[in-house]
Design a protein around this ligand. Structure first.
Ligand code: HEC
Length: 487
């Protein structure tokens, strides 16, 4: 009997623990919301006079720009709020606020970041306005990745699984190009981008960037750049332009990049993602998380920025780039888009020798939602021109040219894989102005390309199609929305 009572005791105890655990979820969200409200009130009462009602600074510094001059870590920020710092004129509040209140206040300050960080305002309503009409141009592709036109109604298309397909007179040829390189098609790797030489009509060079297995069948892989000519539907005269050192081939399935573009000075640019080795994006002796620049025949340009460092990869042009998914050189500006983690997809202007900060600074968080880094800014690290939080999964990038979309000439086209969108980004020189969605919901957008006819071609994954976009004609004026943040 006594033993029985003991068991009942344990049972009740367990039931209580379970009930508490169940209650914790909603209760803690409620609690967090209450704390947030209290903190907002506390902030307005005690801090706003000096740090600004929107936390953007006044007599005291901005608390939302990601720059922490005095206090860097969360405990340090709590300490300065409690004890103050006479030297800089920051009063202490330990006599007015409990340590719990201070902790909540710091959480509150941290949570202000995303709202302040999102720069873009998107006129989502514009999709319904019929800015563009879309029709299927090519169908029946297996996860297409890159598209390049080789003439009117002629194109080359990469399929991630490894085939290079040809479109002739608007028809997809059944047979892929033969003898293309063996690719490692797994995870985020495979046959990636395709491009043609700016002097293609004279020299016939076709460039491919892809996930290369170290040996045939090996799962140690790295992004590789080659060029060759297509003769009798066969890949011939291949030249290797970039291959990583064998010891830098790794088993990671992630973040290969990659896109290709050319400037008007004889260079080819391409990007490689961090391969999931995020800290190595800051390491010039490693090829991960970089934008590279080569001469079109693979030679190293004499003015590449890191030639003085004998241990650095000489082809590195910029670093701290997480996973480049869009790259286009236009009018003297090299634009790049890259995937952030959870949040913080970036639009960058790539400049020689510049550090884009990954993973030291980022507007994103870990996929789990926890803090990846407290910093969005740091000396010596470049800010994105714009960034998307939450992530739209930027993919593919081109610039509008030609007569068909005259009013949009010079604007960027940004694909969004996850959001299944094409966005039109208005820029001014190398500055971001505004953006709007011009296509949504047709499929995962892998690439966007201007066609020689001036139409916009959208490469979709699921379904594996290329769409052709022409002006919709139902709006009086085809200009992107220019409204500033009206929040
Ligand atoms: C009398 C004006 C004043 C008030 C009120 C005030 N601060 Fe400050 N605070 C400052 C000044 C000045 C600095 C130093 C700014 C600098 O040079 O970075 C500072 C610094 C800080 C820092 C460190 C910033 C960094 O970059 O490391 C934090 C955090 C901070 N304040 C939070 C608060 C909070 C939270 C409150 C309200 C509870 C508050 N402050 C109220 C003036 C004030």
């Amino acid at each position: 009997m006594r033993k029985f009572k003991w068991l009942v005791g344990i049972f009740i105890g367990l039931a209580l623990i379970a009930a508490l655990a169940l209650a914790r979820g909603p209760a803690s969200i409620k609690q967090a919301k209450a704390d947030f409200k209290d903190s907002a009130t506390t902030y307005a009462k005690l801090c706003a006079d000096c740090h600004g009602a929107d936390l953007s600074g006044g007599l005291g510094s901005s608390l939302v720009d990601g720059i922490w001059d005095i206090a860097k870590t969360t405990p340090e920020i709590e300490t300065i709020i409690a004890d103050g710092n006479g030297e800089v004129g920051m009063p202490g509040f330990s006599d007015q606020l409990s340590s719990d209140q201070i902790q909540n206040l710091v959480q509150f300050i941290r949570q202000q970041k995303p709202a302040q960080k999102t720069k873009a305002v998107v006129n989502v309503g514009a999709i319904d306005a019929g800015l563009v009409k879309s029709e299927v141009w090519v169908d029946g592709l297996d996860t297409p990745w890159g598209l390049v036109f080789t003439g009117p109604n002629r194109a080359l298309i990469t399929e991630k699984s490894g085939q290079l397909r040809q479109v002739v007179d608007g028809k997809l040829l059944a047979k892929p190009v033969m003898n293309t390189p063996e690719v490692w098609a797994g995870g985020q790797g495979g046959l990636l981008d395709v491009a043609i030489d700016p002097d293609y009509t004279d020299n016939g060079w076709v460039y491919l960037v892809y996930s290369h297995p170290l040996q045939s069948g090996s799962d140690k892989t790295m992004t590789k750049l080659v060029r060759a000519k297509i003769k009798d539907n066969s890949w011939t005269d291949e030249q290797v332009l970039f291959a990583a050192k064998p010891e830098h081939y790794i088993k990671s399935r992630a973040h290969f990049g990659s896109r290709l573009t050319f400037d008007d000075k004889g260079h080819v640019f391409f990007g490689v993602g961090d391969r999931g080795r995020k800290n190595m994006a800051q390491d010039l002796t490693r090829p991960y998380g970089k934008i590279f620049r080569l001469k079109r025949d693979g030679r190293i340009p004499k003015d590449n920025p890191f030639l003085a460092n004998s241990k650095a990869y000489p082809a590195i042009f910029s670093y701290g780039n997480r996973n480049p998914q869009g790259l286009i050189w236009t009018d003297g500006v090299l634009w790049e888009t890259e995937h952030g983690p959870k949040g913080g997809d970036e639009l960058n202007v790539i400049m020689p020798g510049v550090n884009y900060g990954w993973p030291v600074i980022s507007y994103g968080r870990n996929y789990s939602g926890t803090e990846l880094t407290p910093y969005t800014h740091m000396d010596g690290m470049e800010q994105p021109v714009s960034q998307w939080t939450p992530s739209i999964a930027v993919c593919g990038l081109d610039v509008v040219t030609g007569d068909m979309f005259k009013d949009w000439n010079g604007y960027l086209l940004v694909g969004a894989l996850k959001y299944k969108e094409v966005r039109l980004v208005k820029t001014d020189g190398n500055k971001y102005v505004s953006e709007q969605i011009i296509l949504k919901g047709k499929g995962r957008v892998r690439d966007v390309s201007m066609g020689p006819d001036g139409a916009i071609y959208v490469t979709l994954n699921s379904p594996g199609q290329i769409l052709r976009l022409t002006p919709g004609g139902t709006t009086p004026n085809n200009k992107p929305n220019n409204k500033k943040d009206d929040k």
